[in-house]
Design a binder for this molecule. Structure first.
Ligand code: ADP
Ligand code: MG
Length: 624
């Protein structure tokens, strides 16, 4: 390595922004700087352990004892955190401590600017503020570091006061690893107390599998001793029976930074064909980026207890992306890359069983802890719905997890299961009925529901954006088919007694013919219906045509949509229809029919292609 003189650099603008945010938002939660620095030290040690196994020729063969050490120098106002991890090269220092490499940071910064101060704290904590959090408490931060593959006797020193610039230089250094010296601000003297530091480590870092030691100085004998302050055994490798609820919760906080406790978790040691341990958590709330494209998710992957990678997305399907936790496999090779992981048959087997495990965990929760399950559904229901399309193999289990609002639940909250719906079907009901609409209210008030309300037949009210799409995959439940109430179907006609239809059979033929003439090729068909009560007419889509909601989704996504031709259904007992039927003047009759048709479209779609024409027609009728 060439000697490099001291040079000064400017932080990348995102770093400046983040520094500013942190110093001003995290004042009530300053202690997390220690969690972040220890977490980095632990990552660095996990990396060197891995490297030594995978590329042993590059590294010295000494007997490696990993550790993280902390010293407090009260008079100098310093905290020193050192690790014998992988360390950094000169170039890495500039990249890692001068920029933010994480994707998604931009959207994070945008999002955080728009939220309440109160929530900022929690939010920024969830993001994992990292190394830069040391400036919350420090006047200056100095990083001495040497990469483990560097055989020369030098390393790199990085210094900054967090105000926009930092310096780097090459310095003499013997041992590899990283030492970080924080010169504390005068206001942060509390962190110079050894008990305080111990307390913070217990709180956040007890489950780090690497020993963390604190320096004790005995004034009498003038000797230094190191005291181990954490458990230092990876939680998931311990016997389930010896782990307390609190330990599980703390470990969750450690891996997620979530300020809420997890909803539930599942810890299993599996032996047999595949040997592995999993510890999977279901959070209570969604992460800020759950709906972002660059959403960070996936499990922490360990192989034979050695950390391999974060965010291994291969072990769970995308619709379970809210699950957090770790998988520790005995069978995967240590030198596995993301690409190989993707294609490995072991991965596929693990993915299958982990998916089952999560679904079972949710299923049990839904049966045994209804209130908690409801909480879960309200937050993650939308993601679970994606599963119907993504995971056909587990469709049945996923169907059981679904919750809906319906006419009879009388609430917008989705609380009804399909089992409950089918248990509650009336005699002779052959299908599960649903309606899709833009909102709960418009679904609930749709004219399509009039007959169902009258007959006490429940209808699922679907108004999430994904619902229409989901219903393409949800064909049946326990062999009972789903049927949209706004699509033509024999079962809908069967809801009305035949007597009514027979006695009126031919009375309306003429009238219908006249209407057809007016609407000509605007409609697919015109017919009489007895399913309506308070509405004069409504439109349906034919059984094989694209539904209105689907067409809306397509056109919102900029996709071409075939023009839907509706079936117009007329309610013969409605006073308005009786009135129109009697009109003899052809022009007025046509006008009425057009209005009738357009208002049915309006009720169905929520908008019209040409509202002006509609208004003009109505105004004309008013003036009669
Ligand atoms: P993150 O840990 O999420 O990547 P940080 O801001 O905490 O983000 O750290 C930035 C990077 O700096 C790390 O990814 C790592 O490459 C490097 N780094 C920080 N601390 C250490 C350390 N003690 N040893 C080696 N590398 C480190
Ligand atoms: Mg970090």
């Amino acid at each position: 390595m060439k000697d490099k003189k001291k040079t000064t650099h400017i932080f990348q603008s995102e770093v400046k922004e983040l520094l500013h945010l942190m110093i001003h938002s995290l004042y009530s939660n300053k202690e997390i700087f220690l969690r972040e620095l220890i977490s980095n030290a632990s990552d660095a040690i996990e990396k060197i352990r891995f490297e030594k196994l995978y590329n042993p020729e590059k590294y010295s063969k000494n007997n490696y004892i990993p550790k993280i050490q902390i010293s407090i120098k009260k008079t100098e106002k310093q905290i020193i955190i050192s690790d014998n991890g992988i360390g950094m090269t000169y170039k890495e220092v500039i990249k890692n401590l001068g920029t933010i490499a994480k994707s998604g940071t931009k959207s994070f910064l945008e999002k955080i600017n728009n939220i309440e101060k109160k929530e900022k704290n929690e939010f920024i904590g969830q993001f994992g503020v990292g190394f830069y959090s040391s400036f919350i408490v420090s006047e200056t931060v100095s990083v001495y570091t040497k990469h483990a593959s560097n055989k020369e006797k030098n390393g790199t020193l990085w210094i900054s006061n967090g105000k926009g610039e930092y310096s780097v230089e090459t310095i003499p250094m013997e041992e590899y690893g990283t030492k970080i010296i924080l010169l504390l601000k005068d206001s942060e003297k509390e962190f110079l107390e050894s008990w305080k530091i111990k307390q913070i480590i217990k709180k956040y870092s007890d489950h780090i599998s690497i020993p963390i030691e604190i320096e004790n100085y005995d004034k009498k004998t003038k000797t230094i001793s190191w005291e181990k302050i954490n458990e230092a055994q990876a939680l998931w490798t311990q016997n389930k029976n010896n782990i307390t609820k609190e330990s599980y919760q703390k470990f969750y906080t450690y891996i997620t930074h979530d300020s809420e406790k997890p909803l539930i978790w599942s810890h299993n040691r599996v032996e047999g064909n595949q040997e592995y341990i999993n510890l999977l958590y279901i959070p209570k709330k969604a992460t800020w980026d759950m709906w972002h494209r660059e959403n960070k998710h996936g499990l922490k992957l360990y192989v034979k207890h050695i950390f391999i990678m974060d965010e291994a997305t291969q072990f769970l399907p995308n619709y379970l992306r809210f699950v957090k936790g770790i998988i520790d496999s005995q069978d995967l090779p240590l030198n596995i890359s993301r690409e190989i992981l993707q294609d490995s048959s072991i991965t596929h087997i693990l993915r299958k069983s982990l998916t089952k495990r999560v679904l079972n965990m949710l299923n049990t929760l839904s049966e045994q802890e209804k209130k908690q399950y409801q909480e879960f559904w309200n937050v993650f229901g939308l993601v679970i719905k994606e599963g119907l399309a993504e995971d056909s193999e587990n469709q049945k289990t996923i169907s059981n997890l679904l919750r809906f609002s319906s006419i009879q639940t009388k609430t917008k909250e989705q609380i009804l299961s399909l089992k409950e719906y089918t248990d509650n079907m009336i005699e002779g009901q052959k299908k599960i009925y649903f309606i899709t609409a833009d909102s709960y209210k418009s679904a609930l008030n749709s004219p399509h529901l009039e007959i169902f309300k009258e007959k006490n037949i429940d209808v699922l009210l679907l108004s999430d954006r994904i619902d229409e799409w989901m219903m393409n995959y949800l064909i049946e439940f326990n062999k009972i088919q789903f049927q949209s109430v706004s699509k033509a179907d024999q079962s809908l006609d069967d809801l009305v007694s035949n007597k009514k239809i027979d006695t009126n059979k031919n009375k309306f033929d003429n009238f219908i013919e006249k209407i057809k003439k007016v609407l000509n090729n605007k409609v697919k068909n015109v017919r009489i219906t007895y399913r309506l009560k308070n509405t004069p007419a409504m439109v349906l889509t034919d059984s094989n045509d694209m539904s209105t909601q689907m067409a809306k989704i397509f056109s919102a996504a900029g996709q071409p949509v075939p023009k839907i031709k509706y079936i117009l259904e007329i309610n013969p007992i409605h006073p308005l229809i009786k009135k129109i039927k009697k009109i003899e003047d052809q022009e007025i009759f046509s006008n009425w029919i057009e209005v009738l048709f357009e208002q049915s479209i309006l009720a169905e779609k929520g908008n019209l292609d040409n509202p002006h024409l509609f208004i003009n027609r109505i105004n004309k009728l008013f003036l009669l």
